[in-house]
Ligand binder design. Structure first.
Ligand SMILES: NC(=O)c1ccc[n+]([C@@H]2O[C@H](COP(=O)([O-])OP(=O)(O)OC[C@H]3O[C@@H](n4cnc5c(N)ncnc54)[C@H](OP(=O)(O)O)[C@@H]3O)[C@@H](O)[C@H]2O)c1
Length: 433
């Protein structure tokens, strides 16, 4: 039998314990596929005395996790701590500097520091693996980096946050309001006590920035992701969209315009035609579509989080390393990754959904129509005039014809200054073909 691959495992929470359990439960099959045994030798977390439901007695406990990588009996480091900086980043840097490949599920760290870490790995003959950082169990990184390697990818988009998808599909099925569904999701463990990273779109933006780098051969640019969440959504939005044949999904979407050398990245609730596969993804599931110039549309779907699905992706990376895979982190050597300019969203052409809460009095509709006419926005359908949240208010929702987003922005800016608005207008774009 070949010599074992020795692992230092930092982080013994949901995912860390899942990895220990998976390596134990599927030991036979994993050893055969890896071609050698995989052995955890040392572990680290904050609290040494916490009962984690797994036997840690065979592993060496290390208090200072960034010291783990220096040990001679360690081949690779697995970081399952979390956080874009702090101990996770120190550990990642020390592991890669010491020539020890790093496996991580940490999308925040990869989105912020992935390029630097990839370079560090390249310079020290080791690598960074992050399958679990994007879309949980779905082998999206491997699928795109290896399976679709021959393609030019023009667009990648998908449901990248299971919490938001759970909330949106629950709002859809029982017409509930956002706040009620969020509380239920927290009670069932589908949303964190502080859900901001999920519901404000930041978590999905981390994953999108990583996917964009991989798909388009660009340097990760998380700061350039336009990020909007789902807090502002109301039950009537879901109803109005349904009338027109759409479901609302929080999507991350990235597209590259090779002529203009520009990259567009956005996370936002989109209206998705009900016959599109993403419209039918319900619950805490993730799904990603990549459009390759030879492969056509590829759809990847599966569990986006949780101990077992995430451990599945972490262990897949560990097996790759045991087999000796040190392929390029973002699909090509770091020096080939391009700096790319940020695309202007105002130039994008598409249809939009606009919802406006107004004072219910004569002349208001005429005012809205005049503002839209002046901005050159034409209405495809005025879906419904629903009662507002309070007496004396009305909710107006409409879908525009195809047009530049800059015209929608102008419309919203003007309307926001009107005394007849009782709340900020809400805009969602419609996913185009
Ligand atoms: N949970 C998921 O479904 C999921 C899915 C995809 C990706 N991820 C990513 O996987 C990573 C781990 O997530 P998780 O859900 O397993 O987190 P978690 O349950 O909160 O576990 C985090 C672990 O890191 C340890 N830790 C935290 N801060 C530390 C510090 N300053 N020093 C030492 N140890 C520290 C904790 O120690 P103690 O236990 O002693 O407190 C705990 O064992 C994150 O990057 C997350 O984004 C998670």
């Amino acid at each position: 039998m070949n010599k074992p691959l020795n692992i230092a495992l930092a982080g013994l929470g949901t995912v860390g314990v899942g990895v220990i359990q998976l390596l134990h439960e599927n030991e036979d099959i994993i050893t055969k596929r890896a071609g050698r045994p995989i052995r955890i030798t040392s572990v680290s977390a904050r609290d040494r005395n916490k009962d984690r439901g797994v036997d840690l007695s065979n592993y060496r406990w290390v208090d200072d996790m960034s010291a783990m990588a220096g040990a001679d009996d360690i081949d690779i480091v697995v970081e399952l701590v979390g956080g874009s900086d702090g101990p996770a980043l120190s550990l990642a840097r020390s592991a890669l500097s010491a020539g020890k490949s790093l496996v991580t599920a940490n999308k925040a760290m990869v989105a912020h520091h992935g390029f630097e870490l990839a370079q560090l790995g390249e310079g020290n003959e080791c690598t960074l693996k992050y399958e679990a950082a994007v879309a949980g169990a779905i082998p999206i990184i491997k699928g795109l980096r290896d399976g679709a390697a021959g393609n030019r990818i023009d667009r990648v988009y998908g449901i990248l946050n299971g919490t938001c998808n759970y909330i949106l599909s629950a709002m859809e099925s029982d017409s509930s309001d956002f706040a009620d569904v969020l509380s239920a999701a927290q009670a069932r463990g589908y949303a964190e006590a502080d859900p901001s990273f999920d519901i404000d779109g930041v978590d999905a933006a981390h994953k999108l920035a990583i996917l964009a780098s991989l798909c388009f051969g660009t340097k990760i640019n998380f700061e350039a992701v336009e990020t909007y969440g789902i807090r502002g959504l109301m039950a009537p939005d879901i109803r109005q969209a349904a009338v027109l044949g759409y479901n609302i999904r929080l999507l991350g979407l990235a597209e590259v315009d090779n002529d203009k050398q520009a990259l567009f990245q956005r996370v936002q609730p989109y209206l998705v035609k009900r016959d599109h596969p993403l419209a039918n993804v319900i619950g805490p599931t993730n799904a990603v579509v990549a459009e390759g110039n030879y492969s056509g549309r590829l759809l990847f779907q599966g569990a986006g989080a949780g101990d077992k699905p995430t451990a599945s992706a972490v262990v897949a990376d560990i097996i790759d390393l045991a087999r000796g895979d040190k392929g390029a982190v973002f699909g090509m050597p770091c020096e080939q990754l391009r700096e790319i300019i940020v695309a202007q969203s105002g130039d994008r052409i598409g249809k939009s959904y606009i919802r406006i809460m107004v004072a219910d009095k004569p002349g208001v509709l005429a005012e809205i129509a005049a503002v839209m006419r002046d901005a050159n926005v034409s209405i495809e359908s005025l879906i419904q005039q629903d009662a507002g949240q309070k007496d004396g208010e009305a909710l107006i929702a409409m879908v525009t014809h195809n047009g530049p987003e800059s015209a929608i922005t102008q419309t919203i800016e003007t309307l926001s200054n009107s005394d007849n608005m009782v709340d900020d207008p809400m805009v969602m774009h419609i996913l185009g073909d």
